[in-house]
Design a binder for this molecule. Structure first.
Ligand SMILES: [Fe+2]
Ligand SMILES: [Fe+2]
Length: 162
């Protein structure tokens, strides 16, 4: 059985995952509006994943006897200034999300909530992957330094993301 505090915190994390979803949808929109359709497809898939993360949390909350609610969600109002900028923002954002997940994991351990602790391991692992993927893209963009051919190659690769 979840504590009230944990129930609150998990519902809050559903909201955070869906804020991430809308953040990446905003980035997708920027890409499509500026004819970077390949990068746009990458952000669309990223957004889909965040939607799924929120659903995974909702499912668990329900299974564990918590009360679920559907949050109001809006993307952060950050001005997007181009492909390089958006991937830097994505990297920064994913590191923030990792810190959030770790905070919830801390709470689970404090409360001796073994079920939630176990559930959160998937998210902890997922964040390692997410950070690694985005860090790698940021590194490539820094190396490319806006060179059109490099950008085109990277975009083609990212467009093929499954
Ligand atoms: Fe997520
Ligand atoms: Fe993420």
């Amino acid at each position: 059985m979840l504590s009230k505090k944990m129930e609150e915190r998990l519902n809050e994390q559903v909201r955070n995952e869906w804020i991430s979803e809308y953040y990446y949808l905003a980035m997708m929109a920027w890409c499509f509006n500026n004819d970077y359709d390949g990068f746009g497809m990458w952000f669309l898939k990223q957004a889909d994943e965040e939607r799924a993360h929120g659903m995974k949390l909702l499912r668990y909350l329900n299974e564990a006897g918590g009360s679920i609610r559907i949050p109001a969600v809006a993307p952060p109002g950050t001005e997007l200034q181009g492909v390089d900028h958006m991937f830097e923002l994505t990297w920064e954002h994913e590191r923030k999300v990792t810190a959030m997940i770790h905070e919830i994991a801390d709470l689970a351990r404090q409360e001796k909530d073994y079920a939630t602790d176990n559930f959160l391991q998937w998210f902890i692992k997922e964040q390692v992957e997410e950070e690694n993927t985005v860090r790698n893209i940021v590194a490539q963009l820094r190396r490319i330094q806006g060179a059109p051919a490099g950008l085109f190659m990277l975009e083609s690769k990212l467009a093929a993301r499954q």
